[in-house]
Design a protein around this ligand. Structure first.
Ligand code: GDP
Length: 495
């Protein structure tokens, strides 16, 4: 706290130490200034440089956002780009207002991580971040993050159509532009597409986004469209030109999503209503809140019995949940173990969040049928078990976001490996979770879980490309702060 350049937010500081702008109406977005009341205080330092970068960004967004004349001009230029023959001097000057249009792809966790990555990219390159919302599924989910403006791309008259279907073959993609040797063409094209979906590493040139060549080509373009399902943010730390600025914004590299996620993601009043009702009814009065997120993936099969045992052996082994007293055998003369008559020593509320209902059922039964060894009162809850992922449905996404928020109020977190849903929850909480490691040959590994080294999400598909040598590289060995992930060895994360 003596260092004027960094602060740790005071507990219950509604502006999170300057992270949030005070310029919002409280009632339009109840969660914005209130989520802090329900989370453990953040112990992660915030740099004054990041705070001023955010304020500067907010001014740029106000100047260039939808509804401004600068925005109208930029859209007009996109619709009918200047050609060499009709370019006047004014057109040749670099535009103040340049944009990155984010396009949704994959589940909500992935979307929040790519949005955060796109936002940091916007901060680094002085672009304005716009949120493309092709359907209804992302409506009434998040509040506006930037004061006095909107981040929603007005779809009606936007000249580029079908952005959500762009892929590696899209002719305007950075990879294809560079492949054709057009990265330095004059005048630059009015827009380019950046393809960072997990298959981008298979393309010949899409990974050059993480190299000077790609960044030089993009810098000249007013409109960038991005589609990704990856937390590509750690990859920005591999690009030398951003190194200095990133070091000033994030003197500690291990809380980037924590800060930017708490800056960007404020659930709408509808979602916040769900969160508050659930929290108030089931979680608020407990002395300790334990969040357990159980996610299974088709590529890592494991039986329900095996995964349940893994959860319990982790939870008991690491003292996350109390062990239980075995029941004494019944015989003709006794009526079984006597229940404790005294008051519970401590109350623990366990929030189980999963698409499946079985894990909640079993954990609840365990503490229904047995006494907790230390006499704790253990109550177990699960808000939903929706069985199938349906990321195209609004109510489904609202419930998913509500559950991420509820998990972020935990005192202790136990999550599944590789899940972006889990990354978002504990990233917002600022809590290092216990991670249930992925099964090997359908069996839980030993040990069943590990305390995460960082609260930062994992970038699952890094480029693993050496820009100078133009050859395969190992992104976990380039800079000190980017290392292979614990839960997915091919991925990299900030530490
Ligand atoms: P990931 O697949 O675990 O990396 O997380 P994503 O959030 O990207 O995609 C999974 C999607 O499935 C979520 O966005 C939800 O729509 C749904 N989902 C997965 N787990 C849960 C859960 O525990 N609760 C709810 N409500 N939805 C879930």
């Amino acid at each position: 706290e003596d260092d004027p350049l960094v602060t740790v937010a005071k507990p219950h500081d509604r502006l999170l130490g300057g992270l949030l702008s005070p310029d919002f109406d409280d009632r339009s977005c109840l969660s914005r200034y209130r989520a802090v009341l329900y989370r453990r205080p953040s112990l992660h330092v915030l740099s004054s440089h990041l705070v001023s970068a955010l304020r500067r960004y907010e001014s740029l967004h106000r100047l260039c956002g939808p509804g401004t004349s600068a925005y109208e001009r930029a859209v007009a230029r996109l619709r009918s780009p200047p050609t060499p023959s009709n370019t006047s001097d004014g057109d040749a000057a670099p535009s103040v207002c340049r944009y990155i249009v984010w396009t949704p792809h994959a589940g909500l966790g992935n979307r929040m991580l790519t949005l955060t990555s796109a936002f940091l990219y916007a901060l680094l390159t002085d672009r304005v971040l716009l949120f493309h919302r092709p359907g209804d599924d992302l409506k009434d989910l998040f509040c506006e993050p930037f004061p006095g403006s909107t981040w929603i791309l007005p779809d009606g008259d936007f000249p580029l159509r079908g952005m959500e279907r762009f892929d590696m073959r899209t002719g305007e993609s950075l990879g294809n532009v560079l492949g054709r040797g057009e990265g330095t063409l004059e005048p630059p094209p009015p827009w380019m597409y950046v393809h960072l979906r997990h298959d981008y590493t298979r393309g010949a040139n899409d990974r050059l986004f993480f190299c000077d060549e790609g960044q030089n080509a993009l810098r000249r373009v007013d409109w960038v469209v991005l589609l990704s399902d990856n937390y590509f943010l750690p990859g920005l730390f591999l690009i030398p030109r951003y190194e200095q600025e990133l070091a000033r914004m994030f003197p500690r590299r291990d809380a980037v999503f924590h800060h930017l996620g708490r800056y960007l993601f404020h659930p709408s009043n509808t979602v916040w209503g769900m969160v508050m009702r659930y929290h108030g009814s089931y979680m608020a009065r407990a002395e300790e809140r334990i969040g357990i997120q159980v996610r299974t993936f088709a590529w890592a099969p494991i039986s329900t019995d095996e995964l349940y045992s893994q959860i319990i052996s982790c939870a008991h082994g690491e003292s996350i949940l109390p062990r239980v007293r075995e029941r004494e055998p019944r015989n003709a003369t006794t009526t079984g173990a006597q229940p404790d008559s005294g008051q519970p020593t401590r109350s623990k509320a366990v929030l189980v969040v999963s698409l499946h209902g079985e894990y909640y059922e079993r954990i609840k039964d365990l503490y229904y049928e047995h006494d907790a060894a230390g006499g704790e009162a253990v109550s177990v809850f699960q808000p939903t078990h929706l069985d199938q992922q349906q990321s195209g449905e609004r109510l489904h996404n609202q419930k998913a976001l509500a559950e991420m928020l509820l998990l972020s109020f935990s005192d202790v977190a136990l999550t599944s490996a590789v899940s972006t849903f889990g990354y978002v929850s504990h990233g917002l909480a600022g809590l290092r979770p216990w991670v249930l490691m992925s099964p090997v040959d359908r069996k839980a590994p030993n040990p069943p879980c590990r305390l995460a080294a960082t609260i930062e999400p994992c970038f699952h598909s890094p480029p693993h490309y050496d820009c100078r040598a133009k050859a395969r590289g190992d992104d976990g060995k380039v800079v000190r702060h980017v290392r292979h992930c614990e839960d997915l060895s091919n991925g990299v994360q900030l530490v």
